[in-house]
Design a protein around this ligand. Sequence first.
Ligand SMILES: Nc1ncnc2c1ncn2[C@@H]1O[C@H](COP(=O)(O)OP(=O)(O)O)[C@@H](O)[C@H]1O
Ligand SMILES: [Mg+2]
Length: 240
Amino acid sequence: MENVLTVRGLKKSYGTQMALAGIDFDVRAGEVFALIGPNGAGKTTTLRIIATLLTSSGGDITFLGRDLRKEPDFVREKISYLPEEAGAYKDMKGLDYLEFMANFYARTPEEEKDFVDRAVAITELGDRLKTKVGTYSKGMTRKLLLARALMTKPVLAILDEPTSGLDVLNALEVREIVRRYVKEGTSVLLSSHNMLEIEFLSDRVALINKGLILDAGTPSELKGKHQASNLEEVFRSSLR
Ligand SMILES: Nc1ncnc2c1ncn2[C@@H]1O[C@H](COP(=O)(O)OP(=O)(O)O)[C@@H](O)[C@H]1O
Ligand SMILES: [Mg+2]
C-alpha cells in the first residue's frame, strides 16, 4: 500500500523543552493509524505539526509525495484536523454550524450541499440538529465536530483524542463512525492515551513516550512480539 504520509526524524523543542526527539512513522492509504502514549508523550505536538499549525525543529514530512514545509497550502487543502478539546459555536444550531462550515470549504453550491448531507448522516443526530449546540451533550458535540472533520472527504483526517472524555457508548459510536468513513478512501491519523480502546479501531499503532516511538505495528504483531494480551502490556514491556 502506498504511503499518504511519511514522517522522518521529526523533532520539536519548545524553548529548552524537547517534546519530540526524532520520530518516524508512515500512514498508508485507507488505514487508521494511531499514535498512542501517556499524557505529555508528544502526540498533540506531532499532529499539530502535520496539520501545519506548528513548525518542527527538524526532520522531514512528506504528504502525497510533497514536502509539507514547501507546500503547506497543498497539505491544508487535503487534510482536516479535529483538535483536542475542540468546541463548536454554542449559540448556533447544529445544522447551521454544518452549513457554515460546508460553505467555508465547498467550491460550488452542489459540493456544499453534498458536504452538509454527508455531515448530517455522520452525526446521526436527526432533529436535534435543529437545536443549539449549547444544549448538546459532550458525545453529541463530538459527533458534530467529527462530522465537520469528515464531511469534506479529506485524504487524511487528523483526530486528536477523538474519544477522550466520552462515556463507553459514545466512545463506541465515535469509533464506529471513524471506521465506517475510512472505507470511503480517507486515511485517519489519530491519537489516544487510552491504549485499550484504540486497539479495536486502528489498523496500525505507534507507541510514543517522551518524544520517542517505542515500537510500531499492527496490534496483533505487537502483542505477539511482546507476548502481551493487550496494548497496555505492550507499552509496559517496550519501556524496558
Ligand atoms: N506550547 C508549549 N510550550 C511548552 N511546552 C509544551 C507546549 N506544548 C506542549 N509542551 C510540552 O511538550 C510535551 C509534549 O506535549 P504534547 O504534544 O501536548 O503531548 P500529548 O499530546 O502526548 O499529551 C510535554 O512535555 C508538554 O508539556
Ligand atoms: Mg495531547
